[in-house]
Design a protein around this ligand. Structure first.
Ligand SMILES: [Zn+2]
Length: 111
């Protein structure tokens, strides 16, 4: 029997980190008061693009984590969503939002 609670806590912690980061990025993008200087404005726009792509990556990971948490609630977390084989804890330790066993993940990558 694998320790579901351990991974649940791990996922919840990561979910919190990502939510905080997304909040912070949102606030940074909506910075108030425009700079008078044109050069500075251009720099800020570039900065916003970087922040936005960072935000997107965080949103994607957050969606995966939420999905993994649903799988925990459904008692499916330790089983591959493709073949139903057990996913080794070592793999989940590295990729807590993984939904596939190593074999299926490799098969999907090859296709
Ligand atoms: Zn599998």
């Amino acid at each position: 029997m694998q320790d579901q609670e351990y991974f649940k806590q791990k996922l919840l912690q990561r979910k919190q980190e990502l939510s905080d980061r997304i909040d912070k990025i949102d606030k940074d993008i909506r910075h108030e008061g425009m700079s008078a200087d044109w050069g500075e404005q251009a720099l800020e726009r570039e900065n916003d693009e970087v922040l936005e792509s960072l935000g997107n990556a965080s949103e994607i990971e957050l969606a995966r984590i939420k999905h993994a948490l649903q799988r925990i609630e459904a008692d499916e977390y330790f089983y591959c969503s493709e073949c139903g084989e057990e996913i080794p804890a070592a793999r989940l330790e590295l990729l807590p939002y993984s939904t596939l066993c190593v074999n299926c993940a490799e098969k999907l990558e090859r296709n």
